[in-house]
Each structure stands twice: as structure tokens, then as C-alpha cells.
Design a protein around this ligand. Structure first.
Ligand code: HEC
Length: 134
């Protein structure tokens, strides 16, 4: 194989092995899938929510529809997205629920310690800033 053929082949491999999967991966989760685009710094919290909370909770901004636990849009921000002055207290409520869990018999039980402290903060920030968008 000449050097040139080798380089062309190498580029082709890069396109097939890296660029195409990258494009496919990044085109998922756009507006069409019903999931909200969120500010970049909240993206980590959104992903954590989808994986760890969405099976039990509905939250519009995460595109989840779990119904074992309460709908968090309705519970935390019934009048639509909270004003900036209330976001911190919503974050605190979410953080407390995630760290301590909840165990009243109705409507059910939420386990404590699903996430490590750093992840819990990210999820709380995401929920606090986006609850009520739906
Ligand atoms: C196994 C199901 C389950 C999972 C997973 C779960 N929850 Fe819950 N969650 C519940 C239930 C059930 C309640 C209601 C408990 C109650 O009222 O006693 C609840 C309540 C809440 C509340 C309301 C707290 C309050 O102050 O009333 C928040 C906020 C919350 N969950 C956030 C989260 C977040 C964030 C995650 C992911 C880290 C999560 N939940 C994961 C089941 C779950």
C-alpha cells in the first residue's frame, strides 16, 4: 500500500469509527424526543435525573414520566417555573429528599442515598432551575 492510500484509508476509518457514532449520539435527545434542551451547566444533572429519578418521577424538563413518586413539576413549581428567589429553597428540598429519602406510607417510599453528594447537588440544581416548565 502506498503512503497516500494508507492515509486516505486512515481518514476513512476515522470518519466511520468516530465521526458517525459521534453525530448519531449527539443528535439524540433533541427537541423531537420531547426532552428539553437545558443550559450546559445543568446537563449533568439532567442526565443523572433521567437515570436515577425518572423511573419514579415525572419531570417535563428531563422528559421523564415515572409515576411511582409525585410529579415534580406539580409538586415543586405548581404555578410554572419558580422565580429566581425561590430556586434555592426548591434545590434544598430536592437535596434533602435525595440525601435522606422519604418514608411516609402514602404515596410510597423514596430510598435515601441514591446519589453521592456531588451528584445530588447537580440533580438538585437541575430540578430547582427547571421544575414547572411543562
Ligand atoms: C423508587 C422510586 C423513587 C426514586 C428512584 C426517586 N424517588 Fe423521589 N420520591 C419517591 C416517592 C414515592 C416520593 C414521595 C414520598 C413521600 O411523600 O413520602 C418521592 C418524593 C420526592 C420529592 C418530594 C420531596 C418533598 O419535599 O415532598 C422530591 C423532590 C424527589 N422525590 C426527588 C427525587 C430525585 C431528585 C430523585 C433522583 C435522585 C428521586 N426522587 C428518585 C420515589 C422515588
Amino acid at each position: 500500500m502506498s503512503k497516500r492510500t494508507f492515509i486516505v484509508f486512515g481518514l476513512l476509518v476515522v470518519v466511520l469509527a468516530v465521526a458517525i457514532p459521534w453525530l448519531v449520539f449527539h443528535s439524540r435527545g433533541d427537541a423531537k424526543s420531547g426532552e428539553d434542551a437545558v443550559a450546559g451547566n445543568l446537563g449533568g444533572g439532567q442526565a443523572l435525573f433521567q437515570t436515577n429519578c425518572g423511573t419514579c418521577h415525572t419531570l417535563y424538563s428531563a422528559g421523564t414520566d415515572g409515576n411511582y413518586g409525585p410529579n415534580l413539576d406539580e409538586l415543586l413549581a405548581p404555578g410554572g417555573p419558580a422565580p429566581a428567589s425561590e430556586i434555592e429553597s426548591i434545590e434544598g428540598r430536592v437535596l434533602s429528599a435525595v440525601e435522606n429519602g422519604l418514608d411516609s406510607s402514602t404515596p410510597g417510599r423514596m430510598p435515601a442515598g441514591i446519589l453521592n453528594p456531588q451528584q445530588a447537588k447537580e440533580v438538585a440544581a437541575f430540578v430547582g432551575n427547571t421544575a414547572g416548565e411543562g
